[in-house]
Design a protein around this ligand. Structure first.
Ligand code: ADP
Ligand code: MG
Length: 305
């Protein structure tokens, strides 16, 4: 058994009408990780995920899931993955319990091994087990979609924008479940999200996709250090003139009256910045530093090229 949960090579998708949604993506997702797939709207995230789920047919390239090639072993590769789609596509005439039973049947889970009640309990839908899907709120439908993705106990769970537009309570429930499935069952988790702080908090590794191409793939920690831009923000005590830039530091006055000294943490020490401040006659009333976050990495990598 290899240690890759997902192996994607040269993956291309051109939709009818000519839209090239994926332009040849290579990506390996390690088993046991919580993996973030990030990218702006239209980048190709859902296309990739729907190909993994078997909902969209790829144009070219290879996909294997838990070591099973999607073309040569379609049944095994499908059984290894559960997908919570972005769209709320539920049959309105099924109850949550009914929907899980149907899903279990589709995946060939024997009656004795079905855990519908436990799964409904986990996602907080026990008291709605017999309610018709059409009477469920948006949040409840999302919970049900997560439950459906889990009925066959897949090794890999994929969540496509699970928290877009959901309330804080549901978001917390989702993340608690995801962490638990990852830690306690070793389930590999792949998620797409627009919320960068979420990716920063949840994901061990991150891939960034833009216009159907992979633009970055690294551990979250490495991506964050890739940008070593730092800013020292000084609240001046006196009304001094704006200090000049030098070769390592650029200076700007902010609308709130503070003065920002931008520098590269690897090349320039905080001490050197403070020296520059003092040399210019500025007295410091207060000082803080700002560091690049994932938002900055993301923007610098996806700025339209
Ligand atoms: P993301 O999930 O990153 O927002 P998508 O994978 O949904 O991106 O879409 C990628 C590109 O493919 C977009 O330009 C989108 O308009 C296009 N696209 C998605 N689905 C279809 C489809 N069924 N037919 C034609 N074009 C599509
Ligand atoms: Mg999408």
């Amino acid at each position: 058994m290899s240690t890759a949960a997902i192996e994607i090579t040269g993956l291309k998708k051109t939709y009818d009408g000519g839209k090239e949604a994926l332009k040849g993506v290579d990506l390996t997702v390690p088993a046991g990780s919580v993996f973030g797939l990030l990218g702006p709207n239209g980048a190709g995230k859902s296309t990739m995920i729907n190909i993994l789920a078997g909902l969209v047919v790829k144009t070219a390239g290879g996909v294997s899931i838990w070591g099973w090639d999607q073309d040569r072993n379609p049944r095994q590769s499908r059984a290894a993955i559960g997908v919570m789609p972005q769209e709320l596509n539920l049959d309105p005439f099924f109850t949550p319990r009914g929907a899980l039973e149907v899903q279990a049947g589709l995946y060939g889970v024997p009656k004795a091994q079905r855990r519908s009640d436990a799964i409904l309990d986990m996602v907080g839908l026990s008291d709605k087990a017999e309610a018709y899907a059409r009477t469920l709120s948006g949040g409840m439908r999302r919970r049900l979609l997560l439950a459906k993705a889990l009925v066959h106990n897949p090794q890999v769970l994929v969540l496509d924008e699970p928290t877009a537009g959901v309330d804080i309570e549901l978001r917390q429930m989702l993340w608690e479940n995801v962490r638990k499935l990852n830690r306690e069952r070793g389930m590999t988790i792949i998620l797409t999200t627009h919320y960068l702080e979420e990716a920063e908090e949840m994901c061990d590794e991150i891939a960034i996709i833009n216009h159907g191409e992979l633009v970055a793939r690294d551990s979250t920690a490495n991506l964050l250090t890739q940008l070593d831009a730092k800013t020292m923000v000084i609240e001046p005590e006196n009304d001094a003139a704006l200090p000049p830039d030098n070769e390592a530091i650029t200076v700007e006055r902010r609308p709130d009256g503070t003065i920002a000294f931008n520098y590269r943490a690897r090349e320039t020490s905080a001490e050197a910045v403070l020296e520059h401040v003092r040399a210019s006659g500025l007295r410091i009333h207060d000082v803080r530093t700002e560091q690049a976050d994932l938002q900055d990495v993301f923007l610098s990598l996806t700025r339209s090229r």
